[in-house]
Write a protein that binds this ligand. Structure first.
Ligand SMILES: [Zn+2]
Length: 85
C-alpha cells in the first residue's frame, strides 16, 4: 500500500497492471495482473506517485499520461462508490 494507513481491504482501491502493461483502477478488484492497493482518496494516490512507491509496487514506470488517467479513474470510482451508499 502506498501509505501506511490501515483500512479494511474492501474500502481500498486496487490499481492493477494488466497483462499488456497498462495500468488501470480496478474497481471490482478482480482484474488479472499485479496490483497495488490505495485508499479511496486522491491524496493517497498522489503520495504513492510522488514517492515512487506505486511504481515500485507495480514494477513499472508511471508516465505523466498514465498518472493523469489514474487520477481520473480514481476520482470517478470514488464518486460511484459514494453514490451507491
Ligand atoms: Zn492510503
Amino acid at each position: 500500500m502506498a501509505c501506511r494507513r490501515v483500512r479494511p481491504k474492501r474500502e481500498l482501491i486496487r490499481v492493477v497492471r494488466g497483462t499488456t502493461g497498462t495500468l488501470s483502477v480496478d474497481l471490482k478488484g478482480k482484474a488479472n495482473g499485479r496490483g497495488a492497493y490505495l485508499c479511496p482518496e486522491a491524496e493517497c494516490l498522489e503520495r504513492g506517485l510522488a514517492a515512487g512507491s506505486l511504481a515500485k509496487e507495480l514494477e513499472t514506470p508511471i508516465d505523466e499520461q498514465t498518472m493523469k488517467r489514474l487520477r481520473e479513474e480514481l476520482a470517478a470510482g470514488v464518486s460511484v462508490r459514494v453514490g451507491g451508499r
